[in-house]
Design a protein around this ligand. Sequence first.
Ligand SMILES: NC(=O)c1ccc[n+]([C@@H]2O[C@H](COP(=O)([O-])OP(=O)(O)OC[C@H]3O[C@@H](n4cnc5c(N)ncnc54)[C@H](O)[C@@H]3O)[C@@H](O)[C@H]2O)c1
Ligand SMILES: [Zn+2]
Length: 357
Amino acid sequence: MRSIHIDLGKDSYDIHIEKGLLNQSGQYVRQLTEAERLAVITDDAVDALYGNQLQAALEQSGYEVHRIVFKAGEGSKNMTVLADLYQGLADAGITRSDAIITFGGGVPGDLGGLAAATYLRGIPFIQIPTTIIAQVDSSVGGKVAVDLPSGKNQAGAFYQPKGVLIDPELLTTLPLRFIHDGLGEVIKYGCIRDNHLFELLETLQDDTLSAHWEEIIECCCTIKARIVEHDVLDMGERMLLNFGHTIGHAIERCYGYGYYTHGEGVAAGMAMLTAVTEQKGLTAAGTTQRLDAVLQRYGLPVTVNAAMPQLLPYIAHDKKKRGNRLTLVIIPAIGTSELLSIEGDAIPDYIRKVDAQ
Ligand SMILES: NC(=O)c1ccc[n+]([C@@H]2O[C@H](COP(=O)([O-])OP(=O)(O)OC[C@H]3O[C@@H](n4cnc5c(N)ncnc54)[C@H](O)[C@@H]3O)[C@@H](O)[C@H]2O)c1
Ligand SMILES: [Zn+2]
C-alpha cells in the first residue's frame, strides 16, 4: 500500500494507492466516516463495469448503499444533472451524517464533488477515481465544478474529500486513448517536478506501463499534494500545474471539445511552448527533443495544424490572462518549472510549429 498525506489543516486527508483496493474500500471508508448510508455517484459505463463490485465491498462493511447513476461523458457535467443528483440524494434519504462516494473519472468526481459540497450545505465525500486523469489529477486538490453553456468548470467550489482510494487495477478496462490522454498529464508532472518520473516514462511503453501504475500514480499525487498544500486556492504555485494548458486549452476549444482530448491538447501545448523557450535560451538545450520523443512514444501530438490566427483568440481568452499580460509556465529543464509573465502581444512568439493553412 502506498499512502500520501495531504496536509490542509482541518481539511487534511490521505490518498491510498493499491491494486485491488476496490474490494477493501468498505474497510477504508469505515475509517473515514461514521455514516450509515452511502450514496455512490457514478456514470453508467463505470457502473456497468464495477458498480456491483463496489456495492458488495461497501455492504460487507455494513453500509446501506444507494447508487445514483448518470449518463457517461462531459455532456453530463452540467446544472441539470446536478439537480437530478440532489433529488437522487434526497430520495435516498441521505442526511448530513451520511456520505457520498464519487466513483469514476473526472466527470463523476467533479460533479459528485460539487453535489457533496452543496447538498444540505455540504456532506462528507470520498473519491474513488477510475481513470488516469482522475487518479493522478482531478481526485486530489478539492476543485469540484460543473460546466456552464459559456464555459468549462464555471460553477464550482473548493471542497476537499475525506479521502481518496485509488485502485490502478481499474485502469485495465480503460480504452487506450484515455490511457494516452492521462499520460499527457503524467508527462506534465515529470516535466514540472520530477526528472526521475520523466526518465521512467522514457523507458516504458504501452504494454509495460501497467506494472508501474502504482509508482507513477504515487509520484503524480505526491507532486500535486505538495503543490496544493502550499496554494490550496490556486493563487500562485498551483499555477505550475498548468504547464502546457494555456495553449492546450486553446487547441481544445479551437477544434471543438472532443476532437483533441485534454491530454492531447496539453501535450501539444507543452511541446509547442518548450520548442520556443529552448530557442530563446530559457530552457536547456535538448529538452524539446526529449519531450517530443516521450510524447510520441505514447501516441500524443507535439503540434497541431491550426494556423496562428485561429488559435490566438482562444489563448487571449485564457483565464490566466491578467490585464494585457499572460502568465505562462515554462520548464528551465526537465523536472523544474517556473512562471513567466509575458505581454499579451508577445503570445505568438511563444508558439512554434503552427503552420499557416
Ligand atoms: N477537479 C480537477 O482538479 C480536475 C483536474 C483535471 C480534470 N478535471 C475534469 O475531469 C474531466 C475529465 O476526466 P476523465 O477523462 O476522467 O472524464 P470521464 O469521467 O468522462 O471519463 C472518461 C470516460 O472513461 C470512462 N471510464 C471511467 N473509468 C473507466 C474504467 N476504469 N474503465 C473503462 N472506462 C472508464 C467513463 O465512463 C467516460 O466515458 C473533465 O471534466 C475535467 O474538467 C478536473
Ligand atoms: Zn489538465
